[in-house]
Ligand binder design. Structure first.
Ligand code: GTP
Ligand code: MG
Length: 190
């Protein structure tokens, strides 16, 4: 599918009717700074639709973007920023769990983003477990592939795949758009 339109609808901090309007929600989840917002920008072909920054002081909210008038991309706050207070970590964790586990969303998918150089962290493993336990369809994106040589990429991809029990992993670079058509296909044809 080609993305022909993308618009920011709203940021939510708790329950909201947008959660229940029946449209598919594709949530972008991952540690702080892995490139969630950059990935959304890359997919929609817009440089700054989603806020891309590594500032830890942002408000904790879920940003909803309407894609082709039919699907939402949901930009989640990043988890695990080193300078973030314990309290803020806890707030983010709670919001993620609330969104992924308890809200009555009819159709959802998750894109779990990891840094290809770092691989799946403890947080990512917990997330995979949670997604499997709740039967939520997910795909793992190994982002920042542009930082590695082609040979290194393949090696890291194998390492990551093995560490998540052979879940699907797609190689990506939000900088060069490597992996874009593969990810769009997976998200919209699965
Ligand atoms: P939080 O919202 O703070 O959790 O961060 P995020 O996961 O949304 O990451 P963001 O998109 O803000 O990107 C973080 C930093 O990584 C920025 O400096 C981006 O330019 C950079 N970045 C993101 N994707 C890539 C990529 O594919 N390659 C390279 N080289 N840098 C990237
Ligand atoms: Mg972000």
């Amino acid at each position: 599918m080609n993305i022909t339109s993308a618009e920011f609808i709203k940021g939510i901090k708790g329950t909201d009717k947008i959660l229940y309007d029946g449209k598919l929600q594709i949530a972008f989840v991952g540690r702080s700074n892995v490139g969630k917002s950059s990935l959304i920008n890359s997919l929609v072909g817009r440089k700054s639709l989603a806020r891309s920054s590594s500032q830890p002081g942002k408000t904790i909210r879920l940003d909803f973007f309407l894609i082709n008038n039919q699907v939402y991309f949901v930009d989640l706050p990043g988890y695990g920023f080193a300078k973030m207070s314990q309290e803020k970590h806890e707030d983010i964790r709670k919001m993620m769990l609330w969104y992924l586990e308890y809200s009555d969303v009819k159709k959802r998918k998750v894109v779990l983003i990891v840094d290809i150089n770092v691989g799946a962290t403890e947080f990512d493993h917990q997330m995979v477990e949670l997604l499997r336990a709740h039967h939520i369809e997910f795909i793992i994106v190994a982002n920042k592939a542009d930082k590695l040589t082609v040979q290194q990429r393949e090696k890291q991809l194998d390492v990551i795949k093995a560490s998540v029990d052979n879940a699907s992993v797609i190689l990506y670079s939000s900088k060069t758009d490597v992996g874009k058509s593969a990810l769009l296909k997976t998200l919209f044809y699965l």
